[in-house]
Ligand binder design. Structure first.
Ligand code: LHQ
Length: 253
């Protein structure tokens, strides 16, 4: 259901219900929640990559597992801790979108820090197709990532958002060929894992929090975070490496 392994300092989480396009049900969500908690705790993990097994990233909510009473507030109770855990993780999180990411599957990808996608993959908000509204964080992340106008357009029409449109909108960092996609995405995540991951964590908090700040609040929060980054071993190593004209070896501390 969820396959977990470590490669090159990256905790790889693979949504693995390929026969159901990795549709999300309570068991998979709870496994994901546990795995994210573990990844946060494990000092050997420097980055996390979330991807899907088979031809989908995730087709979103398992439409065969919706309760008869359609108590979606309860269903969403299983999503909330997962989205919050992705957002709170103090390590870079990459969604490697190998195939379709629809509905709440797209929401999962949006809650990652960065996204890369395969040439044959696409995003689809999908909610409107079944008469629903964006959930699992999409209403929060999508307008912030691509602007309210585009988010509304996508949520109303639910088009297939392919690599070109996704890249133009700033939704994905890189597009890789379908053949060898996993390896290319892993190399992307591994590069982050070898970086100053403490500084990444502070940057993530800084950028998101300062979206809501006044200028003076933002400047003060930058100063506070720069003081924290300046106290890391990685900063000392970065300075040393610059002066010694060599590549830095960051440890994430
Ligand atoms: C599926 C699913 C799926 C179960 C494919 N569930 N089986 C709502 C409610 C409450 C709270 C949480 O949030 C939400 C928001 C949501 O996420 S609503 C769901 C949004 N997702 C969708 O509407 C996507 C539905 N799926 C599709 O449109 C297509 O299946 C896609 C475009 C993903 C793939 O199309 P194809 O490549 O043509 O494959 P397929 O349709 O033949 O799917 C393969 C199998 O996977 C098939 O089963 P079968 O037994 O016939 O082989 C599908 O029934 C199953 N599957 N999505 N969400």
């Amino acid at each position: 259901m969820l396959e977990v392994h470590d490669q090159a300092g990256v905790r790889v989480l693979v949504l693995a219900r390929p026969e159901r396009m990795n549709a999300l049900n309570p068991e998979l969500l709870s496994a994901l929640r546990r795995a994210l908690k573990e990844a946060a705790r494990d000092g050997g993990v420097r980055a996390v990559m979330l991807t899907g097994k088979g031809r989908a990233f995730s087709a979103g909510q398992d439409l065969e597992a919706v309760p008869e009473d359609r108590d979606y507030a309860r269903v969403l109770g299983d999503y909330i801790p997962v989205i919050e855990a992705l957002f709170a993780l103090e390590k870079p999180v990459v969604a490697a979108v190998n195939g379709v990411a629809a509905g709440a599957g797209m929401s999962l990808a949006l809650a990652a820090d960065l996204r890369v996608m395969a040439e044959g993959a696409f995003f689809s908000p999908a909610f409107v197709r079944v008469g629903l509204v964006p959930d699992a964080g999409m209403s929060y992340f999508l307008p912030r990532l691509v602007g309210v106008g585009r988010a509304l357009d996508w949520c109303y029409r639910s088009p297939r958002i392919g690599p070109e449109e996704a890249r133009t909108a700033g939704l994905v960092s890189k597009v890789f060929p379908d053949a060898g996609f996993f390896e290319a995405a892993l190399a992307f995540a591994a590069e982050l894992a070898a970086g100053p991951t403490r500084a990444y964590a502070l940057t993530k908090r800084l950028l998101w929090r300062n979206l809501e700040a006044t200028l003076s609040g933002a400047l003060a929060y930058e100063a506070e975070n720069q003081a924290a980054a300046g106290a890391t071993e990685d900063h000392a190593e970065g300075l040393r490496a610059f002066l010694e004209k060599r590549a830095p070896e960051f440890k994430g501390r």
